[in-house]
Design a protein around this ligand. Sequence first.
Ligand SMILES: Cc1cc2nc3c(=O)[nH]c(=O)nc-3n(C[C@H](O)[C@H](O)[C@H](O)COP(=O)(O)OP(=O)(O)OC[C@H]3O[C@@H](n4cnc5c(N)ncnc54)[C@H](O)[C@@H]3O)c2cc1C
Length: 372
Amino acid sequence: MRSIYPALATRLSGLLTHLGVGPYAFDDTVGLVSPLLRVHRLQARVVERVAETASACTLVLQAGSAFPGVLPGQHMAVTVEIDGVRHRRSYSPRPVDGRRDRLAITVQRQPGGRVSGWLTERTRVGDVLELGLPGGDFVLPDPAPPALLMVAGGSGITPGYAMLQWLREHAPRTQVTLIYFARSRGDRIFAGELERLSDAWRALRYAPIDSLANVGPADRGGRVLDRALLDTCEPRWMSLPAWCCGPAPLMDTARRIWAEAGAADRLHTESFGARPAVGDAARRHHVSLLQPHGLADRFEATQATSLLEAAEAAGHAPKHGCRQGICHECTCRLESGSVVDLTTGQRLDGEGQSIRLCVSAAMSDVTLAAAP
Ligand SMILES: Cc1cc2nc3c(=O)[nH]c(=O)nc-3n(C[C@H](O)[C@H](O)[C@H](O)COP(=O)(O)OP(=O)(O)OC[C@H]3O[C@@H](n4cnc5c(N)ncnc54)[C@H](O)[C@@H]3O)c2cc1C
């Protein structure tokens, strides 16, 4: 049963705000008793740590009663403070023990990665993390379809694993084919669990694929996602709904294959990282970022870096959140010039368009207006 605490706390906090006290005053006060009592900035305590591979671990989190619960496949922001600086990234949680307030995230350490390194190496049982509200449309329909396909690469298994656990419990007759790319069995997150699940659940067809770099390339010995592999693993793939999650190159390949097959509308994708800016590093463009208070941040950007990174490299600190194009906190208005959207490869050059600094690179001199 859901506790009445969140509703009471939200009303009390609203009353305090009405009386002119800041919206976080309530949270700050109850946070002195327990951070899990906060209702605006949701927090969760790490209650268990499980090593999954040499570079990935699962953190089981106990959230407060204000946490709304997660649907399998959703993502949420996790904020950590590292050396006094707050960093926010998205992770794909799964419910634990069927409880609304208990969840697990599985984090793959990325080389040089700030937050993944912190969560996999420095975070301990008892630590408290700040959570955003779960969201996103990479979720299963209700009711679940009779058959579906999942394609995952590396840590992109996390939303798929949450969906598999849900299907096993609530729709065990759904026929599921899972194609999962990882460098080797040792790098494959949930390798043992997935093998046990496919042994015990006849409706699951599990195809683990060893690839040197998640999606190949084939000439380095890795197997790639292609039509031949799909035909072998699930001959009906073109007619089934498919969920594909992993690094940007795997998503690009999947989108191309499904589009060429005329089945793009059946493919759901979620990318775990924006495509890096790969434009000409020698072409420098002037960027003016007009701030609401009237002044402008002026800096140079090449086509080989995001506008956010270029601004930061020049000593500016534009408003931003997840750095992945998810939270939209760095959204600005394009006043003049052209940018490329690194998530889609699309060039944008119309005045008045919304662009996200973290996933856009300049293609010409650009003027932008920051949101108030
Ligand atoms: C919707 C969504 C859900 C996600 N769910 C999960 C999840 O459940 N588990 C999980 O481990 N990660 C997940 N991620 C990725 C996660 O948000 C971070 O991007 C990742 O942990 C790296 O953050 P960082 O701070 O360590 O790296 P940063 O310090 O931001 O980057 C360091 C370096 O790592 C590279 N890099 C960053 N992310 C990736 C990546 N995903 N693949 C390859 N290289 C990368 C960067 O290009 C950079 O060179 C998800 C991302 C999104 C958008």
